[in-house]
Write a protein that binds this ligand. Structure first.
Ligand code: CTP
Length: 404
């Protein structure tokens, strides 16, 4: 179950050219199983018709015409009370002003005043309008009142000017929505460290040894822990992925940097999830300048890279060791026996055993088929599912362990 499933999102769309992006946002929210009710202002209708939203959400989109319709006396109250979140995206300078001063002269502003749920706004306006002292004062008032601001971003605007005022992209807004909805989850107040990606061990300034890890499972874990309300630090090697909105990202390249980052970030953390594929071997000597072909084929001597989980295990049960430590085992043969050995030698609470010889699961694909082995001898085999679904189950197990 995603943090968005079955959630009632009230999406207010106001009169900005960014209104066309709200259609994509409504679609993304609906695809994530949220119920999306849309209210368009009169100005928004100039940019995009209600039918677009109705087609994407499968629900009636409301306009000011409905304010004077048969159910007018209850519509705004009903929509506002049923919502888990009121998101106004795009939110114009005019709507910001109305919200700040409690004006209620159209369906959206009346609903906003009547709503009991959290309010998130995604401002979209020209840079001069955003920077105007009147708008800045309205932003301050709303922030003080607890309104959540998603953006605006800096960038090029429809006017051709560059500056603050551009609405965040729908994918980013989705991340902010997840963050707000997840806040009261079972990991609220807990600090979780997640590692992701394959480390890079330098040979010379331009070459390195790495592995096939894409980081997808680690990033899915960062999202799932955020969805459960945790404060999440994602220690990541360079990947092609975008970190989930709300994570604190720490970059690490080599096993040594991963070790330092994990030890620093784990102090005081409740759980550590080591999804990163950390190198076991690294070049013993790193050439200071680029190795040249004319000097012949280099013989690269390898040495052991630090074992991050062993170092965490060596912390004993002191305050610096997270209460729950989870490892991964990437195996191409004897999956369960090898994973069980790592579970005990690395003193883990549980290990996620991953058969990397299968082509439909493991490295660089969207799905994973894993078996969870627990320190108390229990075993749980999970069928093939998305990496986010695997992550959500791992997070459930961590919640159980933290609650015991
Ligand atoms: N790991 C680690 N430090 C390393 C290597 C691995 O902390 N230098 C962690 C991984 O993040 C993973 C777990 O240990 O959570 C198991 O990693 P894996 O590569 O499967 O095992 P190895 O310890 O490298 O053992 P082997 O080489 O025998 O497979």
């Amino acid at each position: 179950m995603s943090v968005l499933s079955e959630k009632n999102i009230l999406l207010g769309v106001t009169g900005s050219i960014a209104a066309y992006k709200a259609a994509d946002l409504a679609s993304k929210l609906t695809q994530a199983d949220a119920h999306v009710d849309v209210i368009l202002t009169r100005a928004a209708e100039h940019f995009i018709p209600p039918i677009t939203f109705q087609s994407l959400t499968g629900r009636k989109a409301s306009t000011d015409t409905d304010l004077w319709g048969g159910e007018a006396h209850i519509l705004h109250v009903g929509l506002g009370h049923a919502a888990d979140l009121l998101l106004i995206a795009p939110c114009t300078a005019n709507t910001l002003a109305k919200l700040a001063h409690g004006q209620a002269n159209d369906l959206l502003s009346i609903t906003a005043l009547a709503a009991q749920c959290p309010l998130m706004v995604a401002p979209a306006m020209d840079v001069g309008m955003y920077e105007h002292p009147a708008t800045q004062e309205n932003v301050r008032i709303l922030r003080e009142r607890g309104v959540y601001f998603a953006g605006p971003a800096e960038g090029r605007m429809a006017s051709g000017l560059t500056g603050y005022g551009r609405m965040l992209e729908p994918a980013e807004l989705l991340g902010h929505v997840r963050l707000v909805l997840g806040k009261s989850g079972k990991l609220a107040g807990k600090k979780i460290v997640v590692t992701a990606g394959g480390t890079q061990e330098a040979i010379d300034p331009v070459r390195f040894i790495t592995n096939r890890s894409s980081g997808k499972q680690g990033y899915a874990l960062a999202q799932a822990t955020l969805d459960a309300g945790a404060e999440v630090t994602l220690i990541s090697t360079p990947t092609a992925l975008t970190a989930p909105i709300g994570t604190k990202v720490v970059s690490a390249y080599s096993a040594q940097e991963m070790l330092q980052a994990v030890l620093a970030e784990s102090a005081g953390a409740d759980a550590l999830i080591m999804a990163a594929a950390v190198a076991d071997f690294r070049p013993a000597d790193v050439a200071g300048s680029k190795l040249k072909k004319r000097d012949g084929i280099p013989q690269i001597m390898l040495e052991a890279a630090p074992d991050v989980l062993k170092a965490v295990a060596n912390l004993g049960s002191g305050a610096n060791r997270p209460r729950v430590v989870v490892g991964f085992a990437a195996e191409s043969r004897d999956l369960l026996a090898n994973a069980a050995e790592k579970l005990s030698s690395k003193k883990l609470d549980f290990i996620v055993a991953n058969d990397i010889s299968a082509t439909d699961s493991g490295f660089d694909v969207e799905e994973n088929r894993v078996t969870l082995l627990f320190a108390d001898g229990k075993e749980e085999k999970l069928s093939l599912r998305s990496k986010l679904a695997v992550a959500e189950i791992i997070v459930e197990k961590i919640i159980d362990l933290l609650e015991t």
